[in-house]
Design a binder for this molecule. Structure first.
Ligand code: SAH
Ligand code: SF4
Ligand code: F3S
Length: 492
């Protein structure tokens, strides 16, 4: 969800467990950038220092996909560093080249195969290649056949076995797999996490998905839904606070489907305890599924200042008929009821969503129901997608595919409508003083970049000579707005 270019101060980028075991010091990451496609990020995470005295085992890692994939990469990097590897910023320098892949739409697997083909030339140099993540799980051993120079194929449900897989790779195995764990009850919990943002720490609380929406690959690629214990989540939150993090984002494909295996906390209770950890000023959570969205979540936000004023609640379509065909298991009215709970909160909670156009059989009228739902809700922002047929999914069998050009037209209409709604929604902030966490400075424009509790980007000016620390919280008076951002000046 982040549209930011982070600069991390090395002293804050600590990896506590590694420091304890290996005396490792970590340098800053290269960059974190967001692809124009909503929520899909590309993160060359680069930790440049090595463990002193360790053999020079090097790796390069490239990541595509959602925030959960990016956070998995932070844990994969931590695991490799703990095994004595050193991260390098280019394929050329690496002994082991890893891709953490995403399969959500747009012939993702083809793109991965094309990319792997580009790297065939490195085979003679003895480099090893590994494919991780959702395409790895989806394509499995077929990857070895199409790209014989790949020697590791591992889905996210098997990451906890990475140390053993690395040993096999080092012993020269040419076909190491981690593909059989989709029914596991275990999560990828590790004390080694190479975090790339020094202020905002991510914690996965639930993995996998059992919902099997008709269009979606995630249940096939990430395995069964499984939660971590609330005790372990809380412990990680405390560790982050001890390291100086002030913002925590709880992650899950459906974060609010969380079920504490120890039965101690509901999701709403977990939100409250995490937000009550000393030093934590902001807690976000994403993504919420409407089916499991209870009033208690809104009550928790109302009662707990550190919970952010923002809920991301993907609706996908405004038509009950289409929602049924998508197997979303809620109607338009049930969704709108949840929205009314959120809108009747005492706090001004911003609302964002995901929308799909051109699901097979979607009529013009049904598409217009999506537009009317957008008007009714008044989203602060939305991520919009053209329906993309994906392997294994039930929607592949549906007839009445919508032509590409028509999908593109509907997408443009939707985006246009949201532009108007977003601009209107942002107007209400003009004149308000909002607290932001400072994320950086746009030197060319002479503006600081901050993010509000409502997850809005606020670009603002400060008096000449006034320097602001990244990660600090300041009050900003909003003086104007655009459909996707606010502008303002530091309030003194
Ligand atoms: N678990 C979340 C969504 C995770 S996937 C939920 O259920 O709301 C992120 C978004 O990608 C989805 O909300 C959906 O809008 C989009 N998406 C998933 N599969 C897609 C497909 N086959 N075609 C187009 N968009 C898709
Ligand atoms: Fe995909 Fe549906 Fe699961 Fe979301 S709830 S990850 S859209 S199957
Ligand atoms: Fe992509 Fe897998 Fe995330 S398919 S969106 S990386 S869960």
């Amino acid at each position: 969800m982040w549209n930011m270019f982070a600069k991390c101060s090395p002293s804050r980028l600590r990896l506590a467990a590694l420091s304890r075991t290996g005396g490792l010091s970590l340098a800053s990451l290269a960059r974190v950038a967001r692809d124009p496609v909503a929520g899909i990020i590309f993160t060359p995470l680069v930790y440049t220092d090595s463990m002193s005295g360790a053999a020079d085992k090097t790796f390069y890692l490239e990541t595509f996909g959602c925030q959960m994939n990016a956070h998995d990469s932070e844990k994969v990097v931590g695991t490799l560093l703990a095994q004595g590897y050193r991260q390098v910023p280019t394929v050329e320098e690496a002994g082991l080249v890893l891709y953490n892949t995403c399969s959500i739409r747009d012939k993702a697997e083809q793109k991965v195969f094309n990319r792997l083909a580009d790297y065939k030339k490195y085979r003679a140099q003895g480099k090893q290649f590994g494919v991780l993540g959702c395409v790895a799980q989806q394509e499995g051993e077929k990857i070895f056949e199409r790209a014989p120079y790949v020697s590791l194929v591992c889905g996210s449900a098997s990451y906890r076995n990475l140390p053993q897989m690395l040993v096999q790779l080092e012993a020269g195995s040419s076909r190491v797999t981690g593909l059989d764990d989709r029914m596991t009850d275990e999560c990828f919990e590790t004390e080694f996490t190479a975090r790339t943002n020094p202020h905002r720490g991510y914690i996965t609380i639930i993995e996998g998905c059992d919902k099997f929406c008709a269009y979606c690959v995630v249940p096939f690629t990430r395995g069964k839904e499984r939660s971590r214990t609330s005790v372990s989540v809380l412990e990680e939150a405390r560790q982050l606070a001890d390291l100086g993090y002030t913002e925590i984002q709880l992650l899950g494909q459906n974060v609010n489907s969380y079920r504490d295996p120890s039965g101690i906390k509901s999701f709403a209770e977990l939100l409250v305890v995490v937000a009550s950890v000393g030093g934590i000023r902001r807690v976000r959570f994403t993504t919420s599924h409407p089916r499991d969205f209870g009033r208690d979540i809104v009550e928790a936000i109302d009662a707990t200042p550190a919970l952010c004023d923002h809920v991301h609640l993907p609706v996908q379509s405004g038509s009950t008929r289409v929602l049924d065909a998508m197997s979303r298991l809620y109607t338009r009215d049930q969704y709108l009821e949840r929205i009314s709970w959120i809108q009747s909160a005492r706090r001004d909670i911003s609302l964002t969503s995901d929308l799909i156009v051109g699901f097979p059989g979607e009529t013009e009228r049904e598409f217009e129901e999506t537009l009317s739902l957008m008007d009714l809700v008044g989203y602060d922002s939305v991520f919009t997608f053209k329906y993309s047929p994906r392997p294994n999914t039930p929607a592949l069998r549906l007839e009445d595919a919508i032509p590409e050009a028509e999908k593109a037209r509907r997408l443009a209409v939707l985006n246009d409508r949201q532009k108007q709604i977003g601009a209107r929604r942002n107007q209400r902030h003009v004149g308000q003083v909002l607290q932001v966490m400072v994320e950086g400075k746009n030197v060319a424009r002479g503006q600081w970049v901050g993010r509000t509790s409502q997850i809005k980007v606020l670009n603002f000016t400060a008096p000449a000579g006034r320097e602001l620390a990244t990660g600090s919280y300041v009050d900003v008076r909003v003086t104007g707005c655009f459909p996707n951002s606010l502008i303002g000046e530091l309030a003194v």
